[in-house]
Unconditional design. Structure first.
Length: 298
């Protein structure tokens, strides 16, 4: 089970200008083959289907705890897309075509399908598919796949970072480069425990430090790259059998944190009348409040 909090992982800046074409690129980081929906569902099904949990508990704990974090990553990328789309169109009489600018944008689904919010799809609008889940049942093979998946996700984040200067996208990508780096090292260490092969000597892949990215640097300076969370007050503590020693790049000590990060407030979004969203007028809202108060006997 997953305990959910009404927070997101970090505070996302909300500039006063949109970047809808940038948001279409960020969609790849959500619903692409190497996107956050793939990391979430790969680890989720590997944790559901894990065999001999008691015998191989540190490995199960590792996959299960990272699964919980990936839910937050999906949420963070989705909110980034939402923020990047804000104020792309304008309210007005439907006859003046208030969404006329959308016809010249790359990703029409944001404006036709979802009322200018994230979609579980890649940058071409293709829906995310369970075919992206790899769960062989072989522990070593799954760990090697997860290492590869995280390196692929890192590559895509670095490329999208170079495609947009939008502050929301860059803050999100900087954070996820750091946290994805944690997962890469965690899987590398797990592979080393099983095989004796030091996969960390291959890192970073691509061969560029997170410190080359301005928004990633601030999170590394805060030590975010050294922490692995249990995401539970009581369970998954045996990740300390794997997540230990020194960080392979800067030598700082690795640390297991019981629980989850503090988080930041979840963004809220204004109505978009031209999208009929949420479609509740001020008058309707007052009627809803009155009905609720009557039902409560107030």
């Amino acid at each position: 089970m997953i305990q959910r909090f009404d927070k997101i992982l970090i505070d996302l800046p909300k500039p006063d200008y949109p970047d809808p074409n940038g948001a279409s690129a960020v969609q790849e980081l959500l619903g692409g083959k190497f996107g956050e929906m793939s990391t979430l569902n790969n680890y989720m099904y590997q944790s559901f289907n894990f065999r001999n949990k008691r015998k191989f508990k540190p490995f199960y704990d590792l996959v299960a705890s990272i699964t919980a974090e990936e839910f937050g990553h999906v949420e963070l990328v989705s909110h980034t897309i939402n923020i990047m789309l804000e104020d792309t169109t304008f309210p007005g009489d439907p006859n003046i075509a208030p969404m006329q600018s959308a016809k010249d944008l790359r990703f029409h689904h944001h404006f036709i399908d979802t009322a200018q919010t994230a979609k579980p799809a890649d940058s071409h609008g293709r829906p995310w598919t369970g075919d992206n889940v790899f769960n062989s049942g072989n522990l070593l093979l799954d760990l090697i796949h997860n290492f590869f998946l995280e390196c692929g996700a890192r590559t895509h984040k670095m490329r999208v970072y170079e495609m947009t200067e939008h502050p929301t996208a860059r803050m999100m990508i900087g954070y996820l480069l750091v946290r994805g780096g944690v997962h890469i090292i965690a899987y590398a260490k797990a592979i080393e425990v099983v095989t004796g092969v030091d996969m960390t000597k291959m890192l970073p892949i691509p061969n560029l430090s997170n410190r080359a990215f301005e928004t990633a640097r601030q999170f590394e300076d805060a030590g975010v790259h050294t922490k692995l969370y249990t995401w539970s007050p009581t369970d998954f503590r045996d990740i300390n059998k794997i997540w230990k020693g020194a960080h392979p790049e800067d030598g700082r000590p690795l640390e297991v944190i019981i629980g989850s990060p503090e988080g930041a407030p979840t963004p809220d979004y204004d109505a978009v009348p031209e999208e009929f969203a949420p479609g509740i007028s001020a008058e309707d809202y007052q009627k809803i409040v009155s009905r609720l108060m009557r039902s409560a006997g107030l």
